[in-house]
Structure formats: structure tokens, C-alpha cells
Design a protein around this ligand. Structure first.
Ligand code: OZS
Ligand code: MG
Length: 214
């Protein structure tokens, strides 16, 4: 039977990346996506912007929406201080199965909790079921039409505090127009656009960083 792209990506990691070395896993996936098959990881160029936002935020509790194969999960987790935690949500069980193996290969599994399900169901359970108070940083990289409803849901569930950072991938390509309009016009956010390129291409894309003002 045919393998899937995520399975082939995992195969490259297990064949070429050094176990326990997150940078090696990231480098291997970027090389696979440049030389073999494009995949919708945030990638190396936007990944550097992600890294800088993570390090400057120095977060204790991070939420990632959209694990996919775990590329940005590994990128973020590798930069977290020892007691910090990353909760990453994934809807597709096949992707989740691959991501768990990528995360473990990188050796960051102790900082990561991968939860399978839909954001609309899981976000309201974050406090009671996952012991979360508020998120210091949220990385949005899941279905683009869910960025806005999930942001409103996080507000309603009291998961954002003054100073919480939302970092959204793909605000240009594929684009998240309703989300962008909201965070750029709402008095409750201070937004900043980081211009970049769609992963592994020359097409314009970028990340939008939005600080919740409370
Ligand atoms: O469509 C794109 N991304 C969609 C990404 C979707 C991923 O997020 C998961 N998810 C859905 N809901 C949840 C939650 F949170 F509910 F659990 C998690 C999906 O199962 C999938 O793995 C995309 C497309 C392009 N592109 O160039 O076409 C480039 C990119 O960087 C992209 O991110
Ligand atoms: Mg993306």
C-alpha cells in the first residue's frame, strides 16, 4: 500500500536526524521539504521569526493549534525553559500518530502534550481538564477559517491575559482575512505583521503577532 507524505517525512527523520537533537530534526524536515516533497510546515524562514517571538516571550504555557507532523511543535518546545509546557492540538489521528514519533525522536516529549480533537471542543476544556490558567503564547497554524472563531472562544474561556501573545501563520497565503481584520481593528489587540515567504517558496506570506491588551 502507498505511504503518505507524513509517513515519508517521518521516515526521513528516523533515517537522517540525530535522536534527541531537535535542531537536527528541524534541519532534516526542511531538507526533505526543499529536496523531496513540499509540506505545510511553518518552515525555516518563518521558523526563525517564530523562534524569536518564543524566546522574547519566554513563555511558561504555550498552545499550538495544528500540530500536523510536529515541526513547529519541536521548534517551540526546544526553546522552552525546563518547567514550561506546550499543549498542541491535532484533529487528524494519522497526523497525530506521525507527530508523536517526530516529537519523541527530537527528545522534547516531556515538554509537549499532544491532544487529539477539535479546537471547538477542546478549548473550553483547557482550564478544567488540562489545568491551564492562561496561555502566554498561542501559535495558530490550523484550518484558516478557525483562527477567528477559536480566538474569540479563547477570549470567552478566559484563556488570554493582558500580555498574552497570539502568533498566526499564513495570514497572507493561504490567508486569514477575517482574523486579520479582527486583530488589526480590535481595541483589545496590538498587532504587528512580520513579512516573510510561504515555506520553501518565493511566494509572499507572513506571521501576525498580536498582543492581547486585556
Ligand atoms: O492549510 C494549511 N494549514 C491547515 C493545517 C491544518 C492542520 O491543523 C490540524 N487541525 C485542525 N484543527 C485542529 C485543532 F486545533 F482543532 F485541533 C488541528 C489539521 O488536522 C491539520 O493537521 C496551510 C496551507 C498552506 N498552503 O500553502 O496551502 C501553508 C500553510 O503553512 C498551512 O498551514
Ligand atoms: Mg501554516
Amino acid at each position: 500500500t502507498q505511504s503518505t507524505r507524513p509517513q515519508r517525512l517521518l521516515g526521513a527523520v528516523q533515517k537522517k536526524a540525530t535522536r534527541g537533537n531537535p535542531r537536527s530534526v528541524i534541519q532534516t524536515i526542511d531538507q526533505f521539504c526543499r529536496q523531496r516533497e513540499w509540506a505545510m510546515n511553518v518552515g525555516d524562514e518563518k521558523g526563525c521569526i517564530l523562534d524569536s517571538v518564543v524566546t522574547e516571550t519566554n513563555p511558561t504555557t504555550v498552545l499550538e493549534l495544528g500540530t500536523y507532523c510536529g515541526y513547529s511543535t519541536v521548534r517551540i518546545a526546544s526553546l522552552l525553559p525546563p518547567q514550561a509546557r506546550l499543549i498542541t492540538l491535532e484533529f487528524n489521528p494519522d497526523f497525530a500518530r506521525i507527530a508523536r514519533q517526530v516529537i519523541t525522536w527530537a527528545g522534547v516529549q516531556d515538554k509537549v502534550e499532544l491532544v487529539e480533537g477539535a479546537s471547538g471542543d477542546l478549548i473550553p476544556k483547557m482550564k478544567a481538564q488540562f489545568g491551564v490558567n492562561t496561555f502566554d503564547l498561542v501559535f495558530l497554524d490550523h484550518w484558516k477559517d478557525r483562527y477567528l472563531p477559536d480566538t474569540k472562544l479563547m477570549e470567552e474561556c478566559g484563556l488570554l491575559k493582558k500580555g498574552s501573545i497570539l502568533l498566526a501563520d499564513n495570514v497572507i497565503c493561504p490567508g486569514t482575512p477575517d482574523y486579520l481584520e479582527y486583530v488589526r481593528n480590535s481595541p483589545r489587540y496590538q498587532s504587528q505583521y512580520f513579512k516573510s515567504h510561504l515555506e520553501y517558496t518565493k511566494v509572499e506570506d507572513g506571521l501576525e503577532k498580536s498582543v492581547f491588551l486585556g
